[in-house]
Design a protein around this ligand. Structure first.
Ligand code: CO8
Length: 263
């Protein structure tokens, strides 16, 4: 179950329909060691399979969302070890296996792999103290968990190039201004409350429609516009085959609240 005990994360269901994962490796500022990523994948998979969870919030502490991949773990790694064990590849499970929306609530450091982890989420919320960045260049390496691709799509080439080549970080305010983060909250408590509230709102809609909406928005990142618009239309057409489309539109006409069947 989602409530099994973990060493590096905490897992809860704080609101109806909402699962929460809190990275909890405070002594290393939530550095993302391999066992932490394994636990995160397990927790996300169990939320994906859970009938009671429809949207997920991922957060860290007030001081750190995550200060990156674990540098001490990576330091001795050789090319052949990294290559043959597909180091970091399991991080991608986060995005490919998860069909339920994931909101990253970022306070404090979100550096390197921590920034990349936030960028894997469907929505980022943050505080002014959020400190995003890809400092890998300072360690003699480059982003390895999608940062060069997702940050570039989020902020454009010139800004991404500057950030990745200098290793300079950017603030929560900048993240919000640039559209990396959807919203800025004044404090960690307000951030968490805002993220849980949004997750609860999403969890109140038809699961079929929510999953389809996430799927088509994500397609915009992979497909050329014409193909993406066509893909969207196909999925839109397919939703006329769902009960919830009938339920939602009938409820509107009758001025009632829709009671979703999730069918
Ligand atoms: N890995 C391992 N340990 C870390 C990490 C990390 N990324 N970040 C912090 N820690 C540890 C520190 O070593 C320290 O441990 P100790 O108390 O045993 O010395 C503890 O956390 C607290 O950190 P600080 O004392 O440094 O705290 P400060 O408040 O002084 O500084 C900073 C906070 C600025 C966040 C600082 O810790 C820092 O610069 N951390 C490293 C940030 C970084 O470079 N991140 C990128 C890592 S590389 C990466 O993510 C590559 C991604 C590639 C793809 C994914 C691969 C898995």
């Amino acid at each position: 179950s989602a409530r099994r005990s973990y060493e590096y994360i905490d897992v809860s269901e704080p609101r109806p329909g909402v699962g929460q994962i809190t990275l909890n490796r405070p002594k290393a500022l939530n550095a993302l060691c391999t066992p932490l990523i394994a636990e995160l994948n397990t927790a996300l998979r169990s939320f994906q399979a859970s009938p009671t969870v429809a949207a997920i919030v991922l957060t860290g502490s007030e001081r750190a969302f995550a200060a990156g991949a674990d540098i001490k773990e990576m330091a001795p790694l050789t090319f052949s070890e990294a290559y043959t064990t597909s180091f970091i590849e399991s991080w991608s499970d986060l995005t490919t296996a998860l069909k339920k929306p994931l909101i990253a609530a970022v306070s404090g450091h979100a550096l390197g792999g921590g920034c990349e982890l936030a960028l894997m989420a469907d929505i980022i919320y943050c505080t002014p103290t959020a400190n995003f960045g890809q400092p890998e260049i300072k360690l003699g390496t480059i982003p390895g968990a999608g940062g060069s691709q997702r940050l570039t799509r989020a902020v454009g080439k010139s800004k991404a190039m500057e950030l990745i080549l200098t290793g300079k970080s950017f603030s929560g305010e900048e993240a919000e201004r640039w559209g990396v983060a959807a919203r800025l909250f004044p404090s960690y408590d307000a951030l968490l409350e805002g993220a849980l509230k949004t997750a609860e709102t999403i969890a109140g809609y038809s699961k079929v429609a929510v999953q389809a909406a996430k799927e088509v928005v994500n397609k915009s990142q992979d497909l050329p516009l014409r193909d993406g618009v066509e893909y969207e239309r196909r999925v839109f057409h397919s939703l006329f085959g769902s009960q919830d489309q009938k339920i939602g539109m009938k409820a509107f006409a009758e001025k009632k609240k829709a009671e979703w069947s999730n069918q």
